[in-house]
Ligand binder design. Structure first.
Ligand SMILES: O=C(O)c1ccccc1NCC(=O)[C@H](O)[C@H](O)COP(=O)(O)O
Length: 209
């Protein structure tokens, strides 16, 4: 299973979280977020990481050329689209950056919105389901209704996100079996400052300790 820790802002924390067991790290490329990092900061963080770890840039309604520039400077291996990007927008990014893994995040307010996933699967590599919040794009700590996701079986692998924490991860994974999980505020002291003890606890819970 992929475990993505999102909202990394510091090289030392990125390296430690990778050593603790994360196989994907997320960098928030959304200027309004308290977790925002620019391309140079991402470059500095990624220089401390093992090559095997996925480096995922999180964007919201950003133009293709800006994304391409951050990918190049920051050394990203994947792009997560977290805004209102259309299927055509995803395809345009795929065409511009064919070597980059593409993840479309869907922020789910009502269960029927899960039907959108089928439209996106041909254009992306992964989906990510996150909770909807009227003012915040992500990192909200709000959980999805996990029971309603038990029949969610898209044609592409998917991450479960939204309000996951060390103390609820086992319950979530008992109900549903996503291909990956994504955590941010549930392993934080303040936005962008990760709680390394909580990250350690997360892996202990996942690994059944
Ligand atoms: O984390 C942010 O600040 C953020 C801002 C704008 C768009 C997306 C953002 N985060 C996206 C993520 O992938 C988070 O990990 C995801 O929303 C889960 O967050 P949390 O509920 O805090 O675990």
């Amino acid at each position: 299973m992929r475990v993505k820790i999102c909202g990394i802002t510091r090289p030392d924390q990125g390296a430690t979280i990778a050593a603790l067991g994360a196989n994907a790290l997320g960098f928030i490329c959304v200027q309004q977020s308290p977790r925002f990092v620019d391309a140079i900061q991402i470059q500095q963080i990624q220089q401390q990481l093992p090559p095997s770890i996925a480096r995922i840039g999180v964007f919201m309604d950003t133009d293709v050329e800006t994304i391409a520039q951050v990918v190049k400077i920051g050394g990203l291996t994947a792009v997560q689209l977290h805004g209102g990007e259309s299927v055509e927008d995803c395809q345009a990014i795929r065409d511009r950056l064919p070597q980059i893994e593409l993840i479309k995040a869907l922020r789910i307010r009502r269960t029927w919105e899960l039907e959108m996933a089928a439209d996106y699967t041909p254009a992306v590599d992964w989906l990510l389901l996150d909770a909807y919040h009227p003012e915040m794009g992500g990192g909200t700590g709000k959980t999805l209704n996990w029971e309603s996701l038990q029949s969610f079986k898209p044609d592409k692998p998917w991450f479960l996100a939204g309000g996951l924490r060390p103390d609820n991860i086992k319950q979530a994974l008992k109900l549903i079996q996503p291909d990956g999980i994504d955590l941010s505020s549930g392993v934080e002291i303040t936005p962008g400052e990760k709680d390394l003890v909580a990250v350690q606890s997360l892996f202990a819970h996942i690994n059944g300790a």
